[in-house]
Design a protein around this ligand. Sequence first.
Ligand code: UDP
Length: 465
Amino acid sequence: MTQMENNGESKAKKPNILLISLPYQGHISPMMQFAKRLSSKGARVTIITPFSANVISDNNSINIEYVSYDHEEGQVVLTVEDYMANIEKRASDKLVQVMEKQRSSCGRAFDVLVHDSLLPWGVDFGHEHGLRVAVFFTQPCAISAILYLVHRGVIKCPVEEGTDLSSFLPDEIPISHVKDLPYDLYHERYPGSVDMMGNQFLNVHNADWIFFNTFLGLEDEVVNWLSSKWKIMTIGPSVPSMFLDKRLADDRDYGLSLFKPEGEACIKWLDEKDTDSVVYVSFGSLANLVQDQMDEIAWGLLNSECNFLWVVRDTEKSKLSEKFIEESADRGLIVNWCPQLEVLAHDAVGSFMTHCGWNSTLEALSLGVPMMVLPQWTDQTTNAKYIVDVWKTGVRVKAHDKESITREDITKSVKDVMEGTKREELKTNALKLKEMAIEAMSEGGSSDKNIDDFISEIVNPTTST
Ligand code: UDP
């Protein structure tokens, strides 16, 4: 019996939900996970995903539709605007197609469209097609609050070094250093990328629901600040259930991966290592580190004399020297991609050197793993600030200057996180947050309750506020 039936809802009223994501691992994974939660609570779920590569695990309860965001032949994409316009065209065509297919195959329309916040046209699109609309933010509330202020013109970019942030940041955001703001706000990577990030808020006020992949206990002050503007719902951490509340049987991975994980090799290697003896190192699916950074990380890890498992994507491998590969063979395993959650959950892993992508951050928090932060761009700089100074579950490799890290900085941060009183403090804090993450997703927890409320509000629109 599903939870819906348990709750006395009639089967005929099963909510029918359509979700659509952006073409990045860090966006598809949390939305996929959210889709699984909705399905486990009795909703019919269809998710439109932008890649079909490496289906790691099939989830028969979710209908998956693929969309290609490839450009048409001859189409020139020079700007961020062109890039997003292409996605809008492809995504909206696909949405229409999936909606028509649904009507003709089972005579039922979708009730709700859930769209990634970076597809801000989704609100009007959904309403025009008779659907209610939920916006899904894959970034933390702190980032969203800052980007909202950019959108409103309160923060003017680029923010110059030395600017007094207290003149425009609310007290709820404990940031005083410019380089703890999202990277693009002081160093725009592509013309138009700041506007694209701010545009997430174009239509938020018209959305029927606003979801954040975060959880209560983590950034409550800024959650309250955003709640004073709109009714928002925290629904995270959107991490496979077997690493949290364990209510979704066998749910151990997100299901879709851009890269093929070398799972067996990693786990076999970790099984042979002592408890808490391995540093896990990953910079996510997108970051490209410069040669100097790669060299310093490599030799810093080796000099720390700890074991390490380092994800170096194939496209980055040429940045590792033969000499390093030879000398690290006893203590290091280098892979193209790993099952990160399984790795973080392994007893042998004592710490995580991370670029602070939001999913990696939530995963480390959910599993109680202390971190060394080496942010690269986007939201990572702000996430790093929260990890080190707010949640106190990590140390900085070097303050605010990723380009000038040295191997000594790397070795020192590894030692701080792996040994001594600093480690104890970080681990204690990390375990507290792990408990909070589990509680949020467990039955009756804050995020679980918000997901239940969402389902009830679809079935009984009068209960919506
Ligand atoms: N990841 C993984 N295996 C790896 C490296 C990363 O499964 O070897 C996953 C990780 O668990 C996370 C995602 O890739 O869910 C990366 O997302 P994040 O937001 O941390 O960073 P991004 O890739 O967007 O920069």
